[in-house]
Design a binder for this molecule. Structure first.
Ligand code: C5P
Length: 230
């Protein structure tokens, strides 16, 4: 599942639309993300969750991606990422899916090695798998005045990436329960699994698997692709 229904407001407004449709290396961000999953033979179904206003933008971007040979379904998302993911899960229910990988459209550099580590974790019985990288920077908690209140130990701390991957029925059930509880503010799917009591297994993420959030992230991604950098 590729979630792409956000408005991308932190990247500022742009004629090309939200950040997942901005061009990097000559193509929309989402076309790069799509290609990785379309080209992965393990992906039996690909659901893309888009904003209802982005139908034309998505159709144009899809034309710049590989052919999905009938494996692709498009559904409309909701006001929060959590609601968008649930819409995608509901669209997949009934398709006899065993596992689902949930990917931010705005992470176009996910490495195949992360997908392979995820599959291995599933083979070892994991029901929820999260790629993450150990935090390298020293962390500070700020006070209300913008001064350092304390230094936070980074020991055991990881930054979460996507795709976050799950046994399908487990995450569908957890998402339905989370929605029924009235909570709509989970910012990733691993947190919903944790909330539902599902153990989340960490696998090594990738330093390059960055999320394009701000305008400068998009500019750097464009540079990276235009200069053929890994
Ligand atoms: O806003 P944020 O950067 O956390 O979004 C992460 C991903 O979730 C993006 O690919 C965005 O398009 C998607 N999203 C969504 N529906 C929303 C909000 C975000 O599909 N309502």
């Amino acid at each position: 599942m590729i979630v792409a229904a956000g408005r991308g407001e932190r990247a500022g407004s742009h004629a090309d639309g939200p950040k997942q449709y901005r061009r990097i290396g000559g193509r929309p961000v989402i076309a790069h993300t799509l290609d990785l999953f379309i080209g992965w033979p393990e992906a039996r179904h690909i659901v893309v969750v888009i904003h209802p206003d982005d139908e034309a933008l998505f159709a144009a971007a899809r034309a710049e991606a590989l052919s999905a040979d009938g494996r692709l379904t498009v559904v409309h998302g909701g006001a929060t990422r959590q609601q968008s993911v649930l819409a995608g899960l509901e669209a997949l229910s009934g398709k006899e899916i065993s596992h689902v990988l949930i990917q931010d459209a705005v992470r176009p550099f996910v490495e195949p090695a992360i997908l392979e580590r995820t599959l291995i974790a599933f083979q070892h019985g994991a029901r929820a798998v999260l790629p993450a990288v150990a935090v390298a920077d020293t962390l500070k908690r700020a006070d209300a005045n913008g001064n350092v209140a304390e230094t936070v130990s980074r020991s055991g701390l990881f930054a979460a990436q996507t795709p976050q991957s799950f046994h399908f029925e487990t995450i569908l059930e957890a998402h339905r329960r989370a929605a029924a509880s009235g909570r709509t503010d989970f910012t990733d799917d691993a947190s919903i699994a944790e909330w539902a009591g599902v153990r989340v297994h960490l696998v090594e993420g990738g330093a390059g698997n960055v999320k394009l959030t701000l305008q400068k992230d998009i500019a750097m991604a464009d540079q990276r692709l235009s200069h053929g950098l890994p």
